[in-house]
Write a protein that binds this ligand. Structure first.
Ligand SMILES: [Zn+2]
Ligand SMILES: [Zn+2]
Length: 137
């Protein structure tokens, strides 16, 4: 566990890996719905207008775009000049990489990362409860 500064509200919090505090996470989930609904109704919008109309900060909208949760379908086919591929710097509408680069990354990942560690049971899903004691806490 680390104490890190939240990238949005700048408050320190105990992180289990992310850089966003639980309060901001919750707010972002709400903002996400607001922005998504707005984009639904106003296709071909851009971040400036969306931020103004929804009162959600550009920083949060960009965050949602980078996570791939939002897609801004702007006329230039990109993220309105706000979001760029992290590899070739091409304008993109969602995520961190353009299609070309994500294809390249995926194929190079295939070679190095072939085995996936099983995710830790405990949250959702049909995990075995109670009986098996693996590792313990
Ligand atoms: Zn925060
Ligand atoms: Zn690219």
């Amino acid at each position: 566990m680390n104490i890190v500064q939240c990238q949005f509200c700048k408050r320190p919090f105990t992180s289990i890996g992310g850089r966003i505090c639980p309060a901001c996470m919750e707010q972002i989930d709400k903002d996400f719905i607001t922005v998504r609904d707005y984009i639904d109704e106003h296709k071909h919008s851009n971040i400036d207008i969306i931020a103004k109309e929804t009162e959600v900060s550009k920083q949060k909208i960009l965050h949602l775009l980078k996570e791939g949760r939002l897609i801004i379908d702007s006329p230039d086919g990109g993220g309105g000049g706000y979001l760029f591929c992290e590899m070739c710097k091409k304008s993109i509408s969602t995520g961190r990489l353009c299609k070309d680069c994500s294809g390249k990354v995926a194929s190079s990942m295939d070679k190095s990362v072939t085995s996936h560690k099983p995710t830790q049971a405990g949250n959702a899903g049909p995990s075995i409860k109670g009986s098996a004691k693996i590792g313990g806490n």
